[in-house]
Design a protein around this ligand. Structure first.
Ligand code: SAH
Length: 245
């Protein structure tokens, strides 16, 4: 794999919190809709441009994926706990990663494209992916979280999203190749199984542990035997672990 490095950008995935701090009274649909609209304005202001990503972020009710006690903070640009020692990424991180993941798929072809998520967590990012891509597979290694995501997602009735319980480092060979692969937890390397399950052309985004700390990695599969790696911004994700629990 050839590697090029880009210097950290001024607006990084781990950028300072932006100004959106709406408070959402629990269970109020209209209030949450306007809070989401303000969240999307915040995303626009930090440079998210892809119309489909912005629409997907506006559609998915993030408050439905966090514990009831945290619902009022669901549209702040913060990571939140989702149980089992895991966290849901901040909206700006989700938007930045998904914007890069979908960038090489022409807008008219996205509903025919396939995506894989490693690390379902509470199911939030999986729901955003399902609003962007035609078919989505999301894998989680913690059974309790896999079940929680199933419950969280039930009301959204996303027929194009399949949740799987297992070690996502192995990918989902029976559904490959994927136009986009998004890894939501940081490993020490990107598993070969994921690289070979990428479409040509295809993109993979994954946080990876490096000596100086985690960095977001973008891999582009250019041909059957050619992958290009770009090391992007410093990030902070929970660890990618082996096996299931
Ligand atoms: N995308 C999630 C974020 C979850 S945090 C969301 O929107 O909520 C990362 C998740 O990756 C955790 O739930 C963790 O259990 C899971 N994970 C870590 N290693 C994994 C592996 N090898 N396979 C599948 N999931 C894994």
């Amino acid at each position: 794999m050839t590697e090029r490095r880009t210097p950290p950008k001024p607006v990084s995935v781990g950028a300072a919190r932006h100004a959106v701090r709406p408070s959402v009274p629990e269970g109020l649909g209209l209030a949450s809709q306007s809070a989401r609209r303000r969240m999307v304005e915040g995303l626009r202001s930090i440079g998210i441009r892809d119309p489909d990503v912005l629409t997907a972020m506006e559609q998915v009710p993030r408050h439905a994926f966090v514990e009831p006690g945290l619902a009022s903070r669901a549209y702040e640009d913060v990571a939140l706990p989702i149980g089992h020692g895991q966290t849901i990424s901040r909206p700006s991180t989700v938007a930045r990663m998904l914007e890069m993941a979908v960038a090489t798929v022409p807008r008219g072809q996205r509903r025919a494209a396939k995506a894989l998520e490693v690390g379902t967590g509470c199911g939030y990012q999986a729901a955003v992916l399902a609003a962007l891509f035609g078919e989505v597979v999301s894998i989680e290694r913690v059974r309790g979280l896999h079940e929680t995501a199933r419950v969280n997602l039930r009301a959204l009735r996303l027929a194009n999203l399949r949740l799987a319980f297992g070690d996502g480092r192995l990918g989902a060979p029976s559904s490959a190749p994927f136009d986009a692969i998004v890894v939501a937890a940081a490993g020490h390397a990107i598993p070969d199984e994921l690289l070979t399950q990428m479409q040509v052309p295809g993109r993979l985004l994954a946080p990876v542990e490096r000596p100086g700390g985690q960095a977001l990695h973008l891999v582009e599969r250019l041909a059957r035997d050619s992958w290009e790696l770009t090391v992007l911004d410093a990030v902070r994700f929970v660890p990618l672990r082996a096996g299931t629990i």
